[in-house]
Design a protein around this ligand. Structure first.
Ligand code: PXL
Length: 286
């Protein structure tokens, strides 16, 4: 199994490739990387960061790999710095994804109802075009709202399924992460965080974990990387979503316990063993 992760390298802040590479390779598959940019930190919560756009190198890298005959079982794209890079991901898919391979797009654009720095409505439109080429998309609720023209501020708990249905116009297997819900835990009503997703049969489902109060940077990257790690090992979607969601929740909890600044990312390192044990059990059970 060979996975290609297309994302930036934020050197500090534990997101994008510094999260994708360790998690996907620890899952037991080859993870090659196509870096879109190198930043001193990510752009969420830091000032004065450096940003080196690597767009110039990308077409030649794709051409080189094509000349080597490299073909990927899964390609996952994440943070893209420009509309040109969206086109480059489409080229990577055309030239490097195996026939019958899985294209996963994390349409990284924003959080908490707003777009990150450097993104605008035109970028959102182009990102919709990339989502149309994907088999699976993993937006958070903010990104799902931008992709579907939904007013984030007006979305209530009962609306998530409708947003997911709208995303199906773009991609056959969409999901939405980071949905606030009320659920029953130990016989009591509790606040939870849910992933609404599309099962392998096309049906809508959700998976809820306990909510940890606070905003945690890089949670979407941990979730998407673990999901891809599980899918690359042949785990079916329901189980893959559950394993990835639990790993993300455990990493968030650890970060809250450690009281490290959220902008420095999730402390998922100590939760990796638990993730790998859950993955191993799922693989063995088939
Ligand atoms: O985690 C998403 C992400 C990835 N890469 C960069 C970012 C962000 C979010 O802010 O700035 C560079």
């Amino acid at each position: 199994m060979r996975v290609l992760a297309i994302n930036d390298i934020s050197c500090v802040g534990k997101c994008s490739l510094t999260v994708a590479l360790p998690i996907i390779s620890a899952s037991g598959v080859t993870c090659d990387i196509l870096p879109t940019a190198i930043l001193s930190t990510h752009t969420g919560g830091f000032k004065g960061y450096t940003f080196r756009d690597l767009s110039e190198d990308i077409p030649a890298m794709i051409a080189h790999w094509k000349s080597l005959g490299l073909q990927y079982d899964i390609i996952i794209s994440g943070y893209l710095g420009s509309i040109d890079q969206i086109e480059m991901v489409k080229t990577a898919k055309r030239d490097l994804l195996k026939e019958g391979g899985l294209m996963v797009v994390d349409p990284v654009m924003g959080d908490n109802g707003i777009l990150y720095a450097h993104f605008d409505a035109k970028f959102v439109e182009e990102m919709k075009g990339l989502c149309r080429e994907a088999d699976v998309i993993v937006p958070n609720l903010t990104e799902a709202c931008f992709l579907t023209g939904t007013d984030f501020a007006a979305v209530r708990e009962g609306d998530y399924e409708a947003v997911l249905t709208k995303l199906k116009a773009l991609c056959p297997r969409p999901s939405i992460t980071g949905c606030d819900v009320t659920y029953t835990k130990d016989g009591k009503s509790a606040r939870g965080t849910a992933v609404f997703y599309t099962g392998d049969d096309g049906g809508t489902r959700s998976y809820t974990t306990e909510k940890v109060e606070g905003a945690f940077h890089g949670a979407g990257d941990v979730y998407a990387s673990a999901l891809v790690g599980c899918l690359a090992r042949g785990v079916h979607t329901d189980r893959a979503v559950a394993i990835a969601a639990e790993f993300t929740k455990n990493s968030i909890k650890q970060t809250a316990i450690d009281k490290t600044e959220p902008r420095y990312g999730l402390n998922s390192e100590s939760q990796m063993l638990g993730y790998l044990q859950a993955l191993d059990t799922a693989v063995k059970e088939g």
